[in-house]
Design a protein around this ligand. Structure first.
Ligand SMILES: Cc1cc2cn([C@H]3C[C@H](O)[C@@H](CO)O3)c(=O)nc2[nH]1
Length: 221
């Protein structure tokens, strides 16, 4: 069956650095009857048969990155494929940022050994070839690393207590090259860039301003 909008929801993916405000941005859509909101499955990652893979990954990335990122890829695919009767599905991150941002960074850092990166990439490429995953709009919450880092410090996620500003800056560059300069990897859908350094209200005001164009443009294709 072709993966057309007739038999699947209009899928929006919200991407951005750690601390850019994705979770807060998605709060606005929760409770709307016709929108299925899928937050990043961090709680899943914290308890896989009793194992906190997120903690293990931060504590010893050389040993646990492959395990963690393999599970992230599975949970992202599950979100992409989750059936819904809603007209719109909005997801926090995607199988794309898993591969293009996080796995890419770990591979470049030499933290993820090349044989492991090759296996991750084989899974990723096969999944895309199955045409399981369709994204219709990508919202890039574009933040400066300094603002993002301040928010990470404030929210105090236990596993992130060792995250450095350098790590956040590096992830920022990868997001910029992918979603703003578009020099890194292909973009799976049209991109709406929002200035995420603003207050939550202003980010939503900017989204509301651009929404009609983007939904009309993408729905009419
Ligand atoms: C898709 C994807 C999300 C994601 C998050 N993370 C980390 C960054 C944050 O500390 C936490 C929640 O986003 O998980 C990661 O290492 N690899 C990831 N891949």
């Amino acid at each position: 069956i072709p993966n057309t909008l007739e038999n699947r929801p209009f899928t929006v993916v919200v991407e951005g650095n750690m601390g850019c405000g994705k979770t807060t941005f998605l709060e606005r859509f929760k409770g709307k009857s016709n929108i299925c909101v899928l937050s990043e499955p961090v709680e899943n990652w914290r308890n896989v048969n009793g194992h906190n893979l997120l903690h293990l990954m931060y504590e010893n990335p050389e040993t646990w990155s492959f395990t963690f990122q393999s599970y992230v890829q599975l949970t992202m695919l599950q979100n992409h494929l989750l059936p819904t009767t809603c007209a719109v599905k909005i997801m926090e991150r995607s199988i794309y940022s898993a591969r293009y941002c996080f796995v890419e960074k770990l591979t470049r850092d030499g933290v993820l050994p090349l044989p492991s990166a090759a296996v991750m990439d084989s899974w990723f490429k096969w999944i895309l070839q199955q045409n399981f995953v369709q994204v219709d709009l990508l919202i890039y919450l574009r933040s400066s690393p300094e603002v993002a880092y301040e928010r990470i410090l404030k929210r105090k996620r236990p596993e992130e207590n060792m995250v450095s500003l350098d790590y956040v800056k590096y992830l920022h560059e990868i997001h910029e090259n992918w979603l703003y300069f578009k020099t890194l990897f292909t973009c799976p859908a049209p991109i709406l860039v929002l200035n995420a350094d603003q207050s939550t209200l202003d980010v939503h005001a900017e989204y509301e301003k651009w929404k009609p164009d983007f939904f009309r443009k993408t729905l009419n294709n």
